[in-house]
Write a protein that binds this ligand. Structure first.
Ligand SMILES: [Mg+2]
Length: 441
């Protein structure tokens, strides 16, 4: 008898990272890295579960969890095979639900909830196939990959036929690139040295450690105080030496004019890119900033809400690096669309991974991009943040500044059950000891 989905369970898991100011930046001074977590179970004898999550930074994680729970009726009771054999269809069903889409459309809490569930479905599919997700995607034909993508709103920039041609062009070299990935891994850059709340001494020490660990790029949070940014850039440049790339990240702090002034003031320190200079919705603003701070490249994407906004950023030449996030747009399918768009426009994808579990997820997408879509690692790096990996069953592995290719079946999304229990909010033992963080005055 064929198996069915029997449950979709959510949990609100929060880590008290604000205590150490890990993750602090100009717009997010006190994040508690959190996961609105979902587990899909079936009645199949293999016992495999699909795990996924939306990343938030604390308050509101209960709202995100409730949005995921609202998707339960779309899966529970359905035949597993029907759903997993047509994940393009499952994606369309969720994203285009005629009533749910009023909550977006295709943006915000509901879209992120769909991301968590779609990613959990991909985790389950990869576990059942006995492959890490990147290998599963890399084993799919160009036709199957194009079938995952919803081209509605994209065809003025990318048609299904163009996508097919791009994928076919790379199909011949896939085996050789898989071998290269498994041997050498994929380049990473280190964000951990540059959180805004760290002291100068800690910044200096962590910069030196990152270089000693083999990283060739780090990132500094900027945008709260220009004098402090200049001082911190100077410290980082001295600690890293002239050959290390130092990107800067303003986390949406500026209007267009102030962004240009601030970036111009930091230009003597040669930032590798400036990330999120302004609102993620302001496509024209990004284009204007790009034009006026050239040749300093502009990067964005972690808060870009869907493939349509990514399309516009590319059409306008507003970004030089595109930063996908595994859990903000609606999961693997939408990220395949964005990778295809980026390949069409020749813009390198450098994924965002600052959060809990985001490194684990997005490494699969970057590696798939290398094998099957862009075919290149040139100027491409995956963000690496050095904390909270111990909570995952299949944590990322970094060697000399590179991500090693994941080998375990699935999407590396499974959080250890004991971590989910200990950090459950608000009743887990860790939160019984921490005061519930107050909202801002
Ligand atoms: Mg960022």
């Amino acid at each position: 008898m064929s198996s069915r989905f029997v449950s979709l369970d959510t949990s609100d898991v929060r880590f008290p990272t604000s205590a150490e100011l890990d993750g602090s930046d100009a717009m997010n001074p006190d994040p508690d890295y959190s996961a609105a977590y979902v587990v899909l179970r079936t009645d199949d004898v293999d016992g495999h579960e699909g795990h996924g999550f939306a990343f938030t930074i604390g308050r509101g994680n209960e709202v995100q969890s409730a949005a995921i729970a609202a998707l339960r009726p779309y899966l529970v009771g359905r035949q597993v095979k029907d759903v997993l054999d047509d994940l393009g269809g499952a994606w369309r069903e969720l994203v285009h639900d005629s009533q749910l889409r009023w909550l977006g459309p295709e943006k915000g809490v509901m879209h992120m909830a769909i991301s968590a569930v779609v990613n959990a479905l991909w985790d389950l599919k990869a576990k059942r196939a006995g492959l890490p997700l990147w290998r599963l995607l890399a084993s799919m034909s160009p036709e199957e990959l194009v079938g995952l993508v919803d081209f509605r709103y994209l065809t003025d920039a990318l048609t299904p036929d163009e996508a097919l041609a791009l994928l076919r062009q790379q199909a011949g070299g896939r085996d050789e690139r898989i071998a290269r990935l498994e041997k050498n891994g994929y380049p990473a850059y280190a964000t951990s040295p540059g959180w805004l709340g760290y002291s100068d001494d800690k910044l200096r020490r962590l910069c030196r450690e990152a270089v000693a660990d083999g990283f060739t790029q780090i990132k500094l949070k900027v945008g709260a105080d220009l004098d402090a940014d200049m001082r911190r850039m100077r410290i980082a440049r001295e600690a890293c030496g002239p050959d290390i790339r130092i990107a800067i990240d303003a986390n949406q702090r500026w209007d267009v004019g102030p962004a240009v002034d601030w970036i111009t003031a930091l230009a003597p320190f040669e930032p590798w890119w400036v990330e999120e200079p302004t609102s993620p919705d302001d496509v024209l603003g990004h284009a204007e900033i790009s034009r006026r701070v050239a040749p300093i490249p502009v990067a964005t994407g972690e808060h870009v809400q869907n493939r349509v906004v990514f399309k516009q950023l590319l059409q306008l030449g507003a970004v030089s690096f595109l930063q996908i996030d595994a859990a903000r747009v609606a999961g693997v399918n939408e990220n395949v669309a964005i990778l295809l768009l980026a390949a069409k426009f020749g813009v390198p994808v450098c994924p965002h991974a600052g959060g809990v579990g985001l490194c684990e997820l997005v490494q699969h997408l970057a590696m798939f991009d290398f094998v099957a879509v862009s075919g290149s690692m040139d100027d491409r790096v995956i963000e690496y943040v050095d904390h909270l990996h111990e909570h995952f069953v299949d944590p990322v592995r970094i060697r000399t500044g590179r991500y090693l290719a994941p080998q375990a079946p699935g999407f590396s999304s499974t959080m250890r059950p004991e971590s989910r229990t200990r950090f459950a909010y608000p009743d887990g033992p860790v939160w019984q000891q921490h005061r519930t963080p107050p909202p801002h005055p």
